[in-house]
Design a protein around this ligand. Structure first.
Ligand code: IMP
Ligand code: MG
Length: 178
């Protein structure tokens, strides 16, 4: 229990399961982009932990960049209005781009970032997310690569936060109120 009343309820996806899926995703991505190269674009801050693990499992040449976005709305629901706080630095014209996300929930953030990046004429633009909550989707956008599909629970750990906290937890945990 913390000052703000919430507590870590239980482990939903263990660090071992996460590591296994990241390795499998790396293998799949390496196979799909064999003979080519890739720009990984991580969405700050949540994707930092996944990005660090995933890039070391990819066997084709990668370059790495980041962008930071924020969504208007409270901590547990997305308004669909997204603002770019930090844009990426690289030119992605004619490059294979793989957007790296921590979690896809409503899909509104992903839809916005995809529309921005596709306007910059990449050769190819795909999405890899570690976690996916398809039951809450409000767009028809889906990830091309997904680590683990999870139920409609608010989760923290492995980069995901609640009010900026819990990103450092090695397992994906369920956060409960009170
Ligand atoms: P979306 O726009 O609703 O798909 O959600 C985008 C962002 O909301 C994600 O990239 C996360 O940063 C955050 N988010 C959604 N669900 C969770 C959760 O269960 N825990 C922590 N952050 C979440
Ligand atoms: Mg995020």
């Amino acid at each position: 229990m913390t000052e703000t009343g919430e507590h870590i309820d239980s482990i939903l996806v263990s660090r071992e399961e996460i590591a296994k899926r990241v390795m499998e995703l790396g293998r799949e991505i390496s196979r799909d982009y064999a003979g080519s190269s890739l720009v990984l674009v991580g969405v700050l801050k949540g994707a930092v932990v996944f990005m660090a693990d995933l890039m070391r499992q990819i066997k084709v040449p990668v370059q790495v960049d980041f962008m930071a976005v924020s969504s208007y709305g409270d901590a547990t629901s997305s308004s669909g209005i997204v603002m770019i706080n930090k844009d990426m630095d690289m030119d992605i014209t004619a490059r294979n781009v793989l957007l790296v996300e921590d979690i896809v929930d409503t899909g509104l953030t992903l839809r916005y970032i995809k529309s921005i990046l596709s306007g910059r004429n990449p050769l190819d633009l795909k999405v890899c997310t570690m976690f996916d909550k398809p039951s809450r989707r409000r767009t028809d956008i889906n990830p091309d690569y997904c680590g683990v599909v999870i139920p409609d629970k608010y989760v923290v750990g492995y980069g995901l936060d609640y009010k900026g906290l819990y990103r450092e937890l090695p397992d994906l945990c369920i956060l409960s109120a009170g």
